[in-house]
Write a protein of this length. Structure first.
Ligand code: SF4
Lengths: 219, 471
């Protein structure tokens, strides 16, 4: 996995609470069997005025000039500023793939939905949690200041604003570690395969019904 | 030392390993798979040259993309077809058991697990889908995961997780006649909010929960995620054990007796401590209708659309304003005056047999209102469909002017051909009223099956406590 250590980039605001993963990437794109290519359809229903789909060329569609990410000043943004409960709803990891594919490396919000939050770490996207008053302040500043850039430092657990203010954030040690090093989760777990086998042996004795084979009752 | 919660017990029994900073390696007993969130996981296995750790722990079923009309000619949308074929191919290649589209046991993944006995009390159950807590109604620890985690479970039979906090939602007393599990869970979400359960596992308890059928309990647990909780559970009782007995994949003989003995311990100890407890008075719950674009935007059917000007929190007020604009509703409009264009009875929340019975009771001998363009019933599985047909429910719906479809997710998320057109308004028994969820520009009102069916007949929402057939 792609590591994240620190990143400096343009901030773009999505000023509404409870942004769900259906809004981040609508259902029609979930028919793709790939992990890439979702970027142009990030926030699709907001970004375009006409309907889209995997079989429709996005270049031929009408863009919604009012949608914040379509505004010239936010082109090239790589950090997303959001409100509470960001990424709620469906577990679709496509939402994280779409953000990443569209060039985002970090999200900043006061809170996230659990599944979205853990999906971020599997894809090198850093979800930074700041408290609501700090997020408010960033909303005010980014809207008032074209070219507003932040520096997000995972090693130091800080976000630095253009005027040098340093905002600290908390993050779980294990998650920070895997993201800093870009470690392969599955590889790490497989280093413990003897323990998994020992656990299975014990459970097969204690609770054999848990190992019911799905091929049973197969008819 | 205080006792353990049900969640503590399920968690502790599945810990393979813990590290110093509160992260555990948790063993997964059952992995359910559908076509949308699995292709990239199987591809990941292939690229890394890995094999499933325990093939017989997996069960796959296509549901999101399947057509709900005549399937004899296959799937006409080539993109959906490719995804469905990818699941068939992956299951064949890796030796995973699948109920394919034309198998009578096919249906929505969260309905299939309990129905087949693939989900058992005391198990950890995961699926690349946020409504996996449905399975928690059986006293299993069930939660949704992302595609990278699907790959992780396939490869290792484990997940790396942090334990969540314990919340208990008590629903005390008895509900009024006509009030269903759906109304209970919508009322809970209205109370604690769509992020109220974030970071928690919610145990649903109390007399009104105990009195629910297993189907009703599944409806409640299904929507735990809509309150932000990754998992929802209900303690095992005789009703749970009766439900599991004799299911195709449930244990038999001596194995059954041992299992039942262990399952009887699957409840929170009397002295267990919860990080948060919430009490809801069942008797005060009215039929619920959502008015906005988040499941927490919900009110009793006899209320009116709220006014954002009365909301003091500016972020919430602007969210309300946006929702009302999207829903094309004016503050102060009585919910019962809202006219609907379509009715959808289905989804993993409300497409089990008792849901279809409750809906049928409202439409028996009546007709869908002329102003309603489409009213459809999509059973949750082939077996639910068959049972409903054996009971004659299909006739009741068809004679009233409903369409009677093949099982699948259908208009819950509109990945197949079933969808709302821009501006259309729907009474839906599904679980999400997000913008565009049922079709771009579509407007969703979440309700119970009986409320959806009654709305179909009247062309607008009605209070089923006051109309005949609410018994
Ligand atoms: S019925 Fe709806 S919520 Fe349930 S699994 Fe299917 S798409 Fe998801």
């Amino acid at each position: 996995m792609e590591p994240f250590i620190r990143h400096k980039g343009l901030l773009a605001p999505i000023d509404r609470p409870n942004v769900d993963t259906d809004a981040i990437i609508p259902k029609q794109y979930l028919k793709s069997i790939k992990r890439t290519g979702f970027g142009p359809n990030l926030f699709d229903d907001w970004r375009y005025l006409d309907p889209g789909g995997l079989d429709i060329d996005n270049a031929t569609r009408r863009r919604n000039p009012d949608f914040v990410l379509n505004q010239p000043r936010y082109q090239g943004a790589s950090i997303l500023l959001a409100r509470e409960n960001f990424g709620c709803g469906s577990s679709r990891e496509h939402a994280v793939w779409a953000l990443h594919d569209a060039g985002f490396r970090a999200v900043i919000a006061p809170s996230y939905a659990d599944i979205f939050y853990s999906n971020c770490f599997k894809n090198g996207l850093l979800p930074v949690t700041l408290d609501a008053t700090e997020v408010d302040r960033l909303f005010r500043e980014v809207e008032a200041t074209p070219g507003y850039e932040l520096e997000v430092d995972l090693e130091a657990r800080t976000v630095t604003t253009p005027d040098g203010a340093v905002l600290r954030f908390d993050i779980d040690d294990f998650r920070r570690e895997t993201l800093l090093k870009g470690l392969d989760d599955i590889g790490l777990t497989l280093e413990k395969q003897d323990r998994i086998r020992a656990y299975e042996q014990r459970r097969r004795r204690e609770a054999p019904w848990l190992f019911a084979d799905t091929a049973r009752g197969a008819g | 030392m205080s006792g353990k919660t049900l969640y503590d017990k399920l968690w502790d029994a599945h810990v393979v390993d813990t590290d110093g900073n509160g992260t555990s390696l948790l063993y997964i007993d059952r992995h359910l798979v559908h076509e949308v969130t699995s292709p990239q996981a199987f591809e990941g296995l292939r690229l890394a040259g890995r094999k499933p750790w325990r093939v017989d722990a997996n069960l796959a079923v296509p549901d999101h993309n399947v057509p709900t009309t005549d399937r004899s000619r296959g799937v006409s949308d080539p993109i959906s077809r490719a995804q469905l074929e990818a699941l068939d191919r992956n299951c064949r290649e890796f030796g995973i058991r699948e109920f394919a589209m034309n198998d009578v046991r096919q249906g929505i993944v969260h309905i299939i697990g309990p129905e087949q006995g693939a989900t058992l009390p005391g198990m950890t159950v995961v699926c690349g889908d946020s409504h996996t807590p449905t399975n928690g109604a059986l006293g299993a620890l069930a939660f949704g995961i992302g595609t990278s985690e699907v790959e992780h479970v396939l490869a290792t039979q484990c997940l790396v997780l942090k334990k969540s906090k314990n919340m208990r939602v008590y629903v005390d007393g008895h509900v009024a006649p006509g009030i269903t599990a759906k109304d209970i869970v919508l009322a809970i979400i209205g109370e604690i909010g769509t992020a109220g359960g974030t970071g928690y596992t919610i145990e649903f308890a109390g007399e009104a929960i105990r009195n629910l059928s297993m189907e009703g309990r599944m409806t409640v647990c299904n929507m735990a995620i809509e309150a932000g909780a990754r998992s929802g559970i209900i303690a095992v009782d005789e009703r749970t054990i009766d439900y599991v007995r004799g299911r195709p994949m449930a244990p038999g003989g001596e194995l059954w007796d041992g299992a039942v003995e262990a399952w009887r311990d699957l409840h929170s100890d009397p002295d267990a401590a919860f990080d948060r407890e919430v009490h809801i008075d069942a008797g005060a719950i009215a039929p619920q209708v959502t008015w906005g674009t988040s499941p927490g935007m919900v009110l009793p059917v006899d209320a009116a659309v709220p006014d954002p000007q009365q909301e003091s929190d500016p972020v919430r007020a602007s969210g309300m304003r946006r929702a009302l604009e999207y829903m094309d509703l004016a503050p102060g409009t009585p919910l019962m005056d809202i006219r609907i264009d379509k009715v959808f009875i289905g989804s993993c929340t409300n497409a089990r047999i008792e849901d279809l019975r409750a809906a049928a009771q409202q439409v028996r001998g009546r007709r869908v209102a002329d102003s309603v363009r489409l009213a459809m019933v999509v059973p949750g599985s082939g077996l639910v469909k068959k049972q409903a047909e054996d009971e004659g429910l299909d006739r009741v719906f068809l004679e009233a002017g409903f369409e009677w479809r093949e099982p699948g997710c259908s208009m819950c998320l509109a990945m197949n051909a079933d969808r709302l057109e821009p501006g259309e308004r729907c009474a839906s028994t599904s679980n999400r009223n997000f913008e565009g969820r049922q079709g771009q520009g579509g407007r969703t009102h979440l309700v119970s099956p009986a409320m959806a069916a009654a709305a179909a007949v009247h062309g607008h929402f009605v209070d089923i406590r006051q109309t005949a057939g609410a018994a």
